[in-house]
Design a protein around this ligand. Structure first.
Ligand SMILES: [Zn+2]
Length: 93
């Protein structure tokens, strides 16, 4: 049986493998205590999924804002153009 760690996962501790820093290829078991099932509060699948959903939500809103911006500007420009046209029509009369 092989483990991601150098030793079997310790009981009573979150089973998530955590990298020993970006330069290292070794891993250690998460130091946090088990809270739900085999996971700590941070590494519980539902918590991980909630964080992912939250960042996805944020990213989608950001994308939406970016896409809406030129449209809003175009709409504003159209309104100004319409006003100018109307003013022009009025001054012609
Ligand atoms: Zn953990």
């Amino acid at each position: 049986m092989s483990y991601l760690y150098d030793h079997p996962p310790k009981q009573g501790r979150c089973r998530k493998a955590v990298s020993n820093g970006s330069r290292s290829f070794s891993w250690h078991q998460c130091y946090r205590k088990v809270v739900k099932g085999e996971w700590c509060t941070i590494h519980h699948p539902s918590a991980v999924e909630a964080r992912r959903a939250a960042s996805r939500d944020k990213w989608e809103k950001e994308l939406e804002a970016r896409h809406n911006l030129p449209v809003e500007r175009a709409l504003r420009r159209a309104t100004v153009a319409q006003l100018n046209a109307e003013l022009g029509r009025r001054s012609d009369a």
